[in-house]
Design a protein around this ligand. Structure first.
Ligand SMILES: NC(=O)c1ccc[n+]([C@@H]2O[C@H](COP(=O)([O-])OP(=O)(O)OC[C@H]3O[C@@H](n4cnc5c(N)ncnc54)[C@H](OP(=O)(O)O)[C@@H]3O)[C@@H](O)[C@H]2O)c1
Length: 331
């Protein structure tokens, strides 16, 4: 079994640990936190006494029984954590968005070229979701795509704190937060996975005083159609997502966490394509990626790595079109 260690101790790391335990995918061997007690608290909470808690990153990454590192630090720190893990001979699962700039992606790509035995895979969890995969199968069967409207907008649990004058990482340019990099990335991923890289794209963002984007509208332009992206973190939307092929419409109730998928042949006639949705949103992803490591599926790793680069490139173009500048790219 592949041994995994985690960086970060927030809710998403807990969800990842639960998914590992429920799916019996990875063996959790090490937890890193800036505060050992926080890592130890997770070891206790999830009854994994065989795992080790560490607050020394080099020691954590040097552990001989550590194979894969799950990086769930703030966005702007992904690059340095991924680079350090690779330099210690460990493969990586990095939370979305994997990197902030194309330069970061290219620097990691250069390391991977030198170390074909290592892999980096982005935690774009919806790509592995059974309902997303059911939708993908139908999208690929359409003879012609005539357009799409993709939506993902959730009122953030940290927006009240942001409005109260606190500075949560996810609303901070220092940590590469904001609506596009946090939630828009799911929609960009679906568009690039389904239709490829757009010919051009632009993003119109509504921003806060610190210049972070709170919500907005993006357009991806393809040769024969356009894709509209609607996303945000400061308001709540119940819009579904749709892919059009003239009379037919592929419909998902929620592209971020799809539970219902339909193929409409006319307004009143549809085929229900819905699959069982796992309770844990990372369950399908963790199961799929652990299989990829176990079976050494190099081509699949390579496919997802190329996708990561394309998504990174589109995110970068969208961000610049909206005039959003992150602190890390000024260094
Ligand atoms: N796939 C999903 O469904 C999903 C959901 C939520 C988030 N995410 C992704 O997961 C990542 C983490 O998001 P989050 O909202 O959980 O982030 P966060 O709470 O801001 O930080 C995550 C962890 O990073 C460490 N950290 C926080 N601030 C730091 C700093 N200034 N310097 C160094 N380490 C710091 C903390 O761990 P320690 O205190 O233990 O060191 C913290 O638990 C992001 O990339 C986000 O996009 C994915």
């Amino acid at each position: 079994m592949t041994n995994v260690g985690t960086i970060g101790t927030s809710e998403i790391t807990k969800t990842f640990l639960k998914a590992c335990i429920a799916s019996r995918a990875f063996k959790i061997s090490h937890l890193y936190s800036r505060t050992t007690a926080k890592a130890q608290a997770l070891i206790d909470e999830f009854f994994i006494p065989e795992a080790t808690a560490d607050d020394d990153l080099t020691k954590f990454l040097s552990a001989p029984d550590l194979d894969v590192v799950y990086v769930a630090s703030p966005n702007s720190m992904h690059f340095s954590h991924v680079k350090a893990a690779l330099e210690h001979g460990k493969s990586v699962i990095v939370e979305k968005p994997a990197f902030v700039t194309p330069a970061e992606y290219q620097a990691i790509d250069a390391i991977l070229q030198q170390h074909p035995e290592l892999h980096v895979i982005e935690g774009a969890r919806h790509l592995y979701d059974a309902n997303y995969l059911a939708a993908t199968e139908k999208v690929r069967q359409f003879n012609e795509i005539t357009g799409a409207t993709l939506a993902y907008m959730k009122y953030s649990s940290r927006f009240d704190a942001f409005q109260a004058g606190q500075n949560p990482n996810i609303f901070s340019p220092k940590f590469a937060g904001g609506a596009l990099y946090d939630l828009g990335v799911y929609l960009v991923y679906a568009a690039v996975d389904w239709f490829g890289e757009p010919l051009s794209c632009d993003y119109h963002a509504t921003k806060a005083d610190n210049d972070i984007d709170l919500h907005g509208l993006a357009r991806l332009h393809y040769e024969k159609f356009d894709v509209a992206l609607i996303f945000g973190k400061d308001q709540q939307s119940f819009l579904p997502s749709e892919v059009y092929s003239h009379r037919q419409t592929l419909w998902l109730d929620n592209l971020g966490t799809p539970a219902r998928v339909r193929l409409y042949d006319s307004p009143a006639v549809y085929t229900d394509l819905s699959q069982h949705a796992a309770e844990n949103p990372l369950y399908d992803e963790v199961s799929a990626i652990s299989q990829m490591f176990t079976n050494r599926e190099d081509e699949r790793f390579d496919h997802y790595w190329q996708l990561t680069g394309q998504v990174n490139h589109v995110l970068d173009q969208l961000r610049h079109s909206a005039g959003i500048v992150f602190e890390s790219e000024q260094n």
